[in-house]
Design a protein around this ligand. Structure first.
Ligand SMILES: [Zn+2]
Length: 257
């Protein structure tokens, strides 16, 4: 009788411990994604829409992880669920095929409303007004404007996406220099070839114009960000118009594997 009671007591204790641990692990794993994230991602993010179910789940997990690691703060702007989700999407799209990628050089994204004059054009030399990657005191901070962030995803066929542009700058910066050569992900044997390809294309753009946004001809840093927007927004056109650039970007972003 006493033994039976002891067994019962031990069993009850084990059940209590299991319940307790389960509760802790559940409260610890709260999602950073808004409740209707599937709907929002499907409506606004073409890249996500084109993934299969398994791919979508991977994308969601990575977006959730990004949002739990990086603070997003509005500066005179209300940051809505859709803004947080689009920032996460801009972060994940370029590194989607790179396993275990972490933006260790980013702690916070500041969201500005984006008060531009009516004739502000996303193309052209003022392009980086739309966002920037911090340096000096703003190290580890990205600035992005809400208006441009949303436009980048709403117009998904124009080869422009400010969030992708800024995250590509961060990827480029990870090796210590922002120069258009992301040495952290590009195999060494391709570095010289990639640099030459960028310089040749920039010269051609300056001399003859191009279907690539002319802001990319500013320097190799901007070229890499601009051509990456093209690569992720209109891969078919880039492949048809610039097969060599396309092939090299596939190597960089590991998308061809
Ligand atoms: Zn830029």
């Amino acid at each position: 009788m006493v033994i039976a009671l002891q067994i019962l007591f031990v069993l009850a204790l084990i059940i209590l411990i299991i319940l307790f641990v389960f509760r802790i692990s559940r409260t610890k794993r709260t999602s950073q994604l808004p409740e209707n994230y599937k709907e929002l991602l499907t409506d606004y993010v073409k890249f996500y829409r084109q993934l299969d179910e398994e791919g979508k789940e991977k994308f969601e997990k990575r977006a959730d992880h990004f949002l739990s690691a990086v603070k997003i703060t509005g500066v005179n702007a209300i940051v809505e669920d859709i803004d947080r989700l689009l920032i996460a999407a801009g972060a994940i799209i370029p590194v989607y095929s790179i396993a275990d990628w972490q933006y260790i050089n980013l702690h916070e994204v500041l969201v500005y409303p984006g008060a531009f004059n009516a004739d502000f054009d996303q193309g052209g030399s003022d392009r980086d007004i739309a966002g920037m990657v911090g340096s000096g005191a703003l190290q580890h901070v990205m600035v992005i404007t809400k208006w441009q962030l949303r436009q980048g995803f709403i117009n998904s066929n124009d080869a422009h996406n400010t969030a992708i542009h800024q995250f590509v700058h961060l990827i480029d910066k990870m090796d210590g220099t922002m120069d258009g050569v992301p040495e952290i992900i590009l195999e060494r044997k391709y570095v010289t070839g990639w640099r030459q390809m960028m310089e040749t294309t920039i010269t051609q753009m300056r001399n003859y114009g191009s279907d690539i946004d002319m802001y990319g001809s500013t320097n190799t840093t901007e070229f890499f960000a601009v051509i990456s927007e093209y690569f992720f927004e209109q891969p078919g056109s880039l492949k048809a118009n610039h097969p060599e650039l396309y092939e090299m970007l596939e190597r960089i972003y590991k998308t061809g594997i």
